[in-house]
Design a protein around this ligand. Structure first.
Ligand code: DGL
Length: 269
């Protein structure tokens, strides 16, 4: 058995949004030991420069490298757009990134009108422009940066009146344009899926990428003979640098039904 097979997998985000991806990873890979790192003290990343985001991402990788991770999932669209190339050049284990589900949405849409909710950092990135160019030929994409949503999800808010007012402000213009498919291009927004559904006609399809990314991670680990060989369930450790007294409660709420099976490790930096 290769010695690294039982090493942990790191999953990172600007904050708690990547927990939506972590849940999918846990479902796909029950025997893996997972280490989640939330950089909440520096969230949101959405309006930071690529250089600032890359500095933060490298700091988080540094922490994970000390724990001898065998792979890392950058469970953040904004961080992926800013820095995936740099970390892939620097580290030689598999690094999986996230990008808004433009391709699946373009295949799903019947009327060819697709809305994309994401951070301004993601929408303004060269990576996102290239993605639209590649998959968007006959599709009308309407992009909407959603200032303020990440901050609310960071507090564990997924359905307050304040959040709903903000969501309506972002979604109503997309409804006027008659979208039939909506891409959630930020991992924090996946926690708002239920609330968003209530604000739109039922026929509009909502697409995010947690499941596809987890599936891809599994394929990569199988292909490289890197799957954990333990028969017992894997551990899930949460690290955050949030200064919020309730950080553990927010994480527990978002982690949901699985909350019994996680270790809150506290401050990493
Ligand atoms: N979860 C991050 C993403 O997927 C949020 C970015 C932010 O912190 O603004 O883009």
């Amino acid at each position: 058995m290769a010695p690294f097979q039982n090493n942990p997998i790191g999953v990172i985000d600007s904050g708690v949004g990547g927990i939506s991806v972590l849940k999918c990873i846990r479902a796909h890979l029950p025997h893996e030991n997972l280490i989640y790192v939330a950089d909440s003290k520096f969230a949101p990343y959405g309006e930071k420069t690529s250089e600032e985001i890359t500095r933060r991402v490298l700091t988080v990788f540094d922490f994970l490298n000390k724990q001898e991770v065998k792979s890392v999932v950058v469970a953040c669209n904004t961080a992926t757009a800013a820095s995936i190339q740099i970390v892939r050049e620097k580290f030689d284990y598999p690094i999986i990134g996230m990008e808004p589900a433009v391709k699946p949405a373009s295949l799903m849409s019947k009327n060819k009108i697709v809305g994309v909710l994401a951070t301004s950092g993601t929408l303004l990135s060269a990576k996102f422009s290239a993605l639209l160019e590649h998959h968007g030929n006959d599709i009308h994409f309407i992009t909407q940066p959603c200032f303020g949503l990440v901050e609310l999800v960071e507090q564990g808010d997924t359905e307050s009146p304040e959040l709903i007012t903000l969501l309506k402000k972002y979604i109503d213009p997309l409804l006027k344009e008659e979208i039939d498919t909506l891409v959630l291009g930020c991992t924090h927004y996946s926690f708002l899926k239920k609330t968003i559904k209530k604000l739109m006609p039922e026929y509009i399809k909502i697409v995010d990428t947690g499941d596809a990314v987890s599936n891809y991670l599994k394929l990569v680990l199988v292909e490289k003979n890197m799957l954990n060989q333990n028969a017992k369930p894997g551990t899930t450790d949460f690290w955050t640098n949030s200064l919020d007294q309730n950080a553990d409660k927010v994480i527990s709420k978002l982690w949901g039904d699985n909350s019994k099976s996680f270790n809150f490790k506290g401050l990493w930096f």
